[in-house]
Write a protein that binds this ligand. Sequence first.
Ligand code: C2E
Ligand code: CA
Length: 810
Amino acid sequence: MTVEPSTGGGANEANEVGMDQVFAAGGVMGRLIAARDWTATAFGPLRDWGPTLRTAVSICLESGFPKMVLWGPELVYIYNDAYAAMIGHKHPGCLGRPFRQVWPEIWDTMCPMFDQVMSGGGATWSQDQLLLLNRRGYLEECYFTFSLSPIRDVAGGGVVGVLATVQEMTRQVLGARRLACLRELATATSDPRSPREVCTRAVEVLDRYSGDVPYGVVLLRDPHAQRPGLRPVASCGLAGDPETLDRPEGRRQRDDGSFALPEAQVLGVLSAFGRDAALPELMDALSSGQARVVHRLPERLPLRLTGGCRPPNSAIVVPLAEGCDGLPIGLLLAGISDQLALGSDYRDFIELIAGQISTAVLAARANEVERARAADAFYQALHDELTGLPNRTALLDQLGQALTHARCHQRRVAVLFVDLDGFKTVNDSLGHQAGDELLREVAARLLQTVRPGDTVARFSGDEFAVLCGDVTSTAPIEAVADRIVTTLAIPKTACGRTVIVTASVGIAVSGPELSDSGDILRAADIAMYAAKRQGRSCRVIFDEVMRAQALCRLRTEKDLRRALVTDELRLFYQPVMNMAGELTGVEALVRWQHPERGLLEPEAFLPIAEETGLIVPLGRWVLETACRAAGTWASRLPTGVAPRIAVNVSTCQLADPRFLPELTALLDATNADDRYELGLEITESALVDDTSAVAATLHDLCAHGVILYVDDFGSGYSSLSRLHRIPLDGLKIDRRCIARMTEDPAEHAVVAAVIGLAHTLGLTAIAKGVETPDQLAALQALRCDLIQGYLLARPQPDLPSWRPAIVERC
Ligand code: C2E
Ligand code: CA
């Protein structure tokens, strides 16, 4: 092919470009252009192409980069091979046609730029211009950057055309867009509270990237379900069936004007995904752990995109991360844009989305477990395991809040301290299981008894507390306390046994003097102890006198601890005589020589010693002192006289496992030759206390020659049936009975009955507190065996001198 040189361009022939060579080097496009008749176009016949056009065309054709030459006001264009390969189906139809006709879709954007170049405004470029090109059998989303340079007429005319270089930016644009999507996804799912929230947030992000993900569904497997099943958890881009979509009430409008179904309906449609028969690819992906492409989706599922369009033809199913059972925790089903090639970039992108969702779902699950664990620990920290009630910490916390609230509303707060009477006996005799059962029953009864809004807490062991807020007067609180006392007094069943355990209730009500949590609790505790002292199974309201007494008791307790080590205790001895006025023995009675308060009687300190457990070391001291004194006393007496010394022991001492070994060691040390007789006076409660430990101790004591008396007989509730089962020696008749026997015939009858009972059982009857000759005469008439009382002798610091008279073993 020969191209005639032209002079039309007015150029110097020697410099003119040899177009033959240009077309020859111009590949397919070179040949095409050379063969075409350009007469009817702005280019004109080939032979007339001037040097400017020839140069421009040669630059274009010989370049390996996509280039085009746009010529004349119409911007008719020709292009090179690289460009032809890039524009797909537009080639070759667009060759030689005006740009505007070929690319009407971008004309509005490009036109001002061409105008600028053509009008001499200089070069310019357009960035990432979107074009839909059919290059592989479908319309593909492509991006291009056009660089436009003016072609100036070499003869000095103006701009006669545009030389454009085009660079395809599709990969970069899609890459940047997908990167942005992944970034947003990472941010949106970075602090998830639940797997569902992860999925919802993830699809919200995907919804903004519908170019890449036209729709998406996240399906999760329920980790707790017995059968592996998929549950659609969140979706984007999908609507229900078109019918539903047409009904206005079934849709809500989005910001962009499109419609979306309410979530419930979307999930309804999505449930179709869970059916493996509809989409076996789902189960396939799940079991293989591999991504699967789903084809012909619109034909298989009645889906619509939001806005009503038919969904793209294909979707990809990507398994989420592996769970503990080795199966994926779920699936991501993502629509594949019909305008994008499902190349490795696209696949990688969807898999990265799935990866991000997986990581976030697993993190959310771990968070959930952690939160549940923390909530559990929090609950445990504030609740009692046995009863499920709030514990001390929780009650203190609530008390603090209630006090603050009460102060603001001129109200008061009450705390009821509930302590079970005799719980320890149940625990010791029936075992801990019964004790636990009993405590649970008490908790249940308390909850039924208090008012709605009151808080019942377990403080410790057998101590409960009730917190009542919004108190305006004490009457309703006293009513609650009364109900508690009554309800808890009703017999309960524990381990199949009927148990009677009552409660002592102390009440403290907040006020100006009692405004601090700690003070209120202490006050309720003090009142509770007062209730115990009042005979138990009752309630007492705290008052200021009680506080003073409590302080005094505290001081006494402190002093008593000191007294035990600084030798302040003393023993007094009160003679016991027979009816002939002859000494038969003594009762040892403790005193406390207090450095400031002087000589204290037992009632000033023994109750505190009992409450605090100090009775055990105190009793040990009494026994040791009494036995050593008796040993010395006996050694001074004539041979054959064995004096008897009686010592009071509390139930606490008897229950102490060290009691028996210590006592036998003491007897071995002081009475190896049986020079004196040791008597122990036990209370009726020791008999009632049916624990095998106490009963065994009493039998062992008897075996060691120790004489046992029941003290204050007639005052309490001795179980007569038990009297003959315990190896007793005598009954000491309660002083209060003796005091009234001469005035009150009924009391006289009681004393007569006790003496008769003692004799029937072969026991000695001992009358205590004999103060008058009338009492003595009455006792003599009733044939009481021994007597003790101020009429005969008061307790004295020294052992009495022994008249060599009759000392008989009763
Ligand atoms: P108790 O066992 O009934 O001891 C007799 C109490 O009656 C003694 O009071 C004694 O002083 C008092 N008493 C004796 N005769 C008369 C009388 O004719 N009229 C009046 N009104 N009272 C009389 P005390 O010494 O104050 O002891 C009180 C209680 O303290 C004792 O009562 C006993 O239960 C307890 N106790 C005393 N010493 C000890 C001890 O070492 N250990 C234990 N566990 N308890 C002790
Ligand atoms: Ca006594």
